[in-house]
Each structure stands twice: as structure tokens, then as C-alpha cells.
Design a protein around this ligand. Structure first.
Ligand SMILES: [Zn+2]
Length: 157
């Protein structure tokens, strides 16, 4: 949206302020999703004394190194500052979990037949129905993985 990427530092500051005002990721400018502070506390690989807020957003953008950011002061936690590999951020997704609660990897879905895919989704749904999921504590995005699972199925064609 900005006319030039080659901006001076005052323009960068303006850009960051604008991002902060809009609640956008300070690194990629995309709109994040609000995430529970419990998720950030569990995932952070830094001292929790460093957390400057109780309000963080999760950035979904692939290749953006920021996992969590604080809207108030643009504090970021990048992929090397979280304890779990983040599905959205991995270029090689084959070995990364897509369902962190029931331990399905992206590669399990890539290799699955249509029937196996259905069985995986049924298993995840059964786990959710039985109250066995802990998305807020296990999935870095702090919410249910099913949207990602269906998206992976769609992308596979
Ligand atoms: Zn980002």
C-alpha cells in the first residue's frame, strides 16, 4: 500500500506506528489473530519476565519470522524464541505438526489416501468431542488445528 519500500527511518517509524495502531504484525504488516497469554507463556523460549504485555497477536504469514507480537509496543517473539516448531512458519512442513494435540504431522496428511485423511479428521473430531484437546497450550496458534487440516486437504487438490 505504501508507495515506496525505500523509505528513510522516520518513514519506517511512521510505518510501525501505523501497523501498531491497526494491530498489524510489525514485520510483515499482516493482520494477526489475538492469542491467549497462556499460549504465549507456554510457547515462549525466553524468560517470561521479558513479556511486556498480556495481549499478543499470532502472525500466520508463512516466512514471516514473527510468531507473536504485542500491539501496544511492537514487542515480537520470533520463531527462534518459541519452544515449538510453528506449522505456518516452516518451509519444510513435512516433519512439523499440523495437529499438536493428537500428533499428526503435515506429512501424515500429504501421504494419506482419501480414506486415511477422513480417518485422521474423524480422530481429531473425536478427540475434540471427548474434551482431550489442549489447543491453547499445545498449538502455537492457540486455537484448533482443523482449519489448517482442511486447508491442507484443499491445497492437495
Ligand atoms: Zn508477520
Amino acid at each position: 500500500m505504501r508507495k515506496s519500500r525505500a523509505c528513510s527511518s522516520p518513514a519506517e517509524t511512521t510505518s510501525h506506528e501505523t501497523h501498531a495502531q491497526l494491530g498489524l504484525c510489525p514485520a510483515c504488516g499482516a493482520k494477526g489473530v489475538s492469542v491467549s497469554i497462556q499460549t504465549v507463556k507456554v510457547m515462549a523460549a525466553i524468560s517470561l519476565r521479558w513479556l511486556r504485555s498480556t495481549s499478543y497477536q499470532f502472525c500466520h504469514t508463512p516466512h514471516c519470522p514473527v510468531v507473536y507480537y504485542c500491539v501496544a509496543d511492537a514487542q515480537t517473539l520470533t520463531v527462534d524464541q518459541v519452544r515449538e516448531r510453528v506449522y505456518q512458519k516452516e518451509t519444510d512442513q513435512s516433519n512439523v505438526f499440523i495437529c499438536y494435540c493428537f500428533r499428526y504431522r503435515a506429512s501424515d496428511l500429504q501421504q494419506a489416501t482419501a480414506a486415511e485423511y477422513e480417518a485422521i479428521i474423524a480422530d481429531i473430531r473425536a478427540g475434540i468431542a471427548a474434551g482431550q484437546c489442549a489447543c491453547e497450550l499445545r498449538n502455537p496458534q492457540g486455537s484448533c488445528c482443523l482449519g489448517n487440516v482442511y486447508r491442507a486437504l484443499r491445497d492437495r487438490g
